[in-house]
Design a protein around this ligand. Structure first.
Ligand code: PLP
Length: 456
């Protein structure tokens, strides 16, 4: 792109200010690296300050589900902001009322929702609700939470304590007491042994054992994503979540389903747990796709029977938890419009249909020596790279970096799981906007195929 000198100077100045003042998330400081500065977006594509164009194969941080530039969503925010710019949820406002009712309808049960600003906060809220619920339900000893290794549940200290990825926690531990971890249903690298049938069900049964070992009277909840996303796209059978739900029920342990990534169509169902028939979570947490990333919003939806326990009139029986901006009127208005579009455009069915054919295409890559396994559900894909297919030796850091850089060079942004532990950082992650055109999706698949076939 032919940029004029003045523009080039302005860009240089921006880069310098970025380096001097802007702290980037999850990034190692690198004097030589140039930050990618986004300027403008169109659907699933964005342009940087140099005018270079990229297809966003990870939807920002898995949140830009309807892509850039939906005027109806911006209009909903604008109208709400000029009408009622801010209103606290110690009181009430119409978009929050309507959104809480809509969430209950989408969850196909009777749910009451507490709003916050992010996925981390939604999970923190869930933990506090679960502990208080058990106390008010006559089981004050139930305070522990179980989550899986590889899980990511957020960056705040409680949510980070449920998170079990070394790279996220080193130098921030010790964690909040009361969080336990169990093996994930990761059949490709099962801790229960090679080629063990139904190893994901063994992982579910392990939760049962841990609850017994700990004493069920001490366990408040199990928190899990229906499909581990950032931890390497781990896709168990539909039976896994059913089994975990049964175990939770048996022990009076709350099933907290983290739908921060998987909610609102990402996996080809409105919510990820809906792939497992008959599962009705006690608590569902949401963020990201709730607003397609247009404004921040987190939500913690709680089965109404649980909420009932907070209606007692003791001095401290209500939920003493508050978020100034949680459930901001503009964020709720944006979420309502976002959900309306998802429903009107049949996004969920589209993701299910197109996702299956993309997965089939990507699976062809399993014939390559360096591709250990291709996994996916809906528009959430993981490609696990290896050095030695038989031994499943994880691909080197250099290989991972090269593949991602080669995709970027061809105009495609993809992600990866990241950990300092070798073997836990070798999965490419692909999660395009749910509204991507078929042409865009073909471009994405073709770039990935060509890069992986070239080698690293
Ligand atoms: N839960 C899951 C599964 C996530 O992937 C994330 C973020 O990536 C979070 C929770 C935390 O969300 P947030 O970054 O909005 O706090």
């Amino acid at each position: 792109v032919g940029l004029e000198n003045k523009q080039l100077l302005e860009i240089q100045e921006l880069i310098q200010k970025d380096k001097d003042h802007l702290w980037h998330a999850m990034s190692r400081y690198n004097e030589k690296a140039t930050p990618l500065i986004g300027m403008r977006g169109e659907g699933g594509w964005f342009f940087d300050v140099n005018g270079d164009k990229f297809f966003d194969g990870v939807s920002g941080l898995w949140c830009l589900n309807l892509g850039h530039g939906r005027k109806e969503i911006a209009q909903a925010a604008y109208e709400q902001m000029v009408n009622l710019s801010y209103f606290p949820l110690t009181l009430s406002h119409i978009p929050a009322i309507q959104l809480s009712a809509k969430i209950s309808e989408l969850l196909q049960g009777s749910y009451t929702t507490f709003f916050s600003n992010s996925g981390s906060e939604a999970n923190e809220t869930a933990f506090k609700i679960a502990r208080q619920y058990h106390i008010q339900n006559g089981h004050p000893g139930k305070y522990k939470f179980i989550s899986r290794y590889r899980a990511y549940h957020g960056s705040t200290l409680g949510a980070l304590s449920a998170t079990a990825q070394a790279n996220r926690r080193i130098k921030y531990d010790p964690a909040v007491p009361g969080f336990l971890h169990v093996p994930p249903p990761y059949s490709y690298r099962s801790p229960f042994g090679e080629h063990v049938p139904d190893s994901d069900l063994l992982a579910a049964d392990y939760i049962d054992q841990v609850i017994n070992w700990e004493g069920s009277e001490t366990v408040a909840g199990v928190i899990l994503e229906p499909f581990i996303s950032g931890g390497g796209v781990i896709i168990p059978s539909k039976e896994y979540l059913k089994r975990v739900a049964e175990i939770c029920k048996k022990h009076d342990v709350l099933l907290i389903v983290d739908e921060v990534v998987s909610g609102f169509g990402r996996t080809g169902e409105m919510f990820g747990f809906m792939h497992s028939e008959g599962v009705q979570p006690d608590i569902v947490t949401m963020a990201k796709g709730l607003t397609s990333g247009y404004l921040p919003l987190g939500a913690t939806a709680v089965r109404s029977e649980i909420y009932e326990k907070f209606k007692e009139n003791g001095k401290q029986d209500h939920l003493r938890h508050i978020s100034t901006f949680g459930g901001h009127p503009a964020s709720c208005a944006v979420a309502l419009k976002n959900i309306e579009i998802i429903e009107n455009e049949g996004i969920v069915d589209r993701v299910s249909r197109l996702g299956e054919s993309i997965l089939l295409e990507l699976r062809e890559l399993e014939s390559l020596d360096k591709v250990g396994e291709v996994r996916g559900v809906g528009f959430l894909f993981g490609i696990e790279l290896v050095e030695d297919k038989k031994l499943k030796t994880p691909a080197s850091e250099e290989c991972m970096v090269n593949v991602i850089a080669a995709c970027k060079k061809k105009g495609l942004i993809i992600g990866r799981n990241g950990d300092t532990v070798p073997g836990l950082n070798n999965v490419l992650i692909i999660a395009p906007p749910l509204s991507s055109t078929e042409e865009d999706l073909r471009f994405m698949v073709q770039v990935i195929k060509s890069v992986l076939r070239e080698g690293c």
